[in-house]
Write a protein that binds this ligand. Structure first.
Ligand SMILES: NC(=O)c1ccc[n+]([C@@H]2O[C@H](COP(=O)([O-])OP(=O)(O)OC[C@H]3O[C@@H](n4cnc5c(N)ncnc54)[C@H](O)[C@@H]3O)[C@@H](O)[C@H]2O)c1
Length: 246
């Protein structure tokens, strides 16, 4: 399978180039970055293009890659509804596939799936996310998504708010509240990206935890997407669709 990488000089792009080069069933045929034109020629026969650039560049790149005849795997974050729709329409128009996943980490995707399954069985559910101190936003996008999915599963099961007698919390020690689910963010040197979901019932606790130690953690998910994107015409959102989870 011939693969192109867009954003190849970036941190994620360079890691993808290395992973594709090492994969026995793949050949890295094009490495493009800012300033390089996306065209049939520059893609050099790539069947799949992997895009890890900037939120401001990702939609235009994706449309150009589809137009040039490649199936596209996108890891760049920040996609809104409008952009997703535009990519879906273009993929349909040109008869190609695009897979967009805000998180290619298998452990994170599995954690969200397991948390969705467990949510309806427990009175209490809280999330702790742990990241390196360079991260500028809190809580993390993955923690937000996890909280929203737990909240939706609780609502569907008719569960109300979790038990909590706190009356006074002037310093915000109970964390952010996302649709009724408390989310706590830790920022500390030595960490990378980690998340813990704590479920509680009288006399029992379930803790689901995932740890992403470095960028290589995303590569099995990216390679899975590269191998499978062409089998799914149009737009696929999220890696879960390839993992047969739900
Ligand atoms: N989906 C996931 O699992 C996942 C994991 C990690 C990071 N990300 C996201 O991936 C993206 C890239 O992260 P990074 O750490 O590699 O960033 P980075 O800044 O290291 O790399 C971005 C690269 O894109 C290039 N670029 C900028 N504009 C371009 C354009 N118009 N065309 C082609 N290349 C262009 C830059 O020159 C740079 O080399 C971010 O949006 C980040 O949030 C997603």
């Amino acid at each position: 399978m011939k693969v192109a990488v867009i954003g190849a000089r970036g941190r994620m792009g360079a890691t993808v180039c290395e992973a594709v080069s090492k994969a026995e069933d793949m050949e890295l045929v094009a490495m493009l970055d800012a300033g390089d034109e996306i065209s049939v020629q520059s893609l050099a026969g790539a069947e799949v293009a992997v895009e890890f650039t900037l939120p401001s560049a990702s939609l235009a790149n994706t449309l150009a890659l589809l137009e040039a005849g490649a199936n596209v795997v996108v890891g760049t974050t920040g996609w809104d509804e409008f952009s997703l729709q535009a990519a879906a329409t273009k993929a349909k128009d040109v008869g190609k596939s695009v897979l967009i996943a805000p998180n290619f980490g298998l452990s994170a995707v599995l954690l969200m799936s397991f948390a969705r399954q467990a949510a309806r069985y427990f009175e209490s559910a809280e999330i702790i996310e742990f990241h390196h101190p360079h991260k500028v936003d809190a809580p993390s996008g993955t923690a937000l998504t996890t909280a929203r999915e737990i909240a939706a599963a609780r609502a569907a099961a008719g569960l109300g708010e979790g038990p909590d007698a706190t009356e006074s919390d002037p310093l915000g020690a109970r964390g952010a509240v996302v649709e009724g689910v408390h989310v706590h963010a830790i920022r500390a040197r030595g960490l990378n990206a980690h998340e813990e979901v704590i479920f509680g019932n009288p006399g029992e606790q379930l803790v689901i935890r995932q740890d992403s130690f470095d960028r290589t953690s995303f590569m099995p998910g990216v390679l899975l997407a590269v191998r499978n994107v062409g089998k799914r015409p149009g737009l696929t959102y999220g890696l879960g669709a390839l993992l047969d989870l739900d």
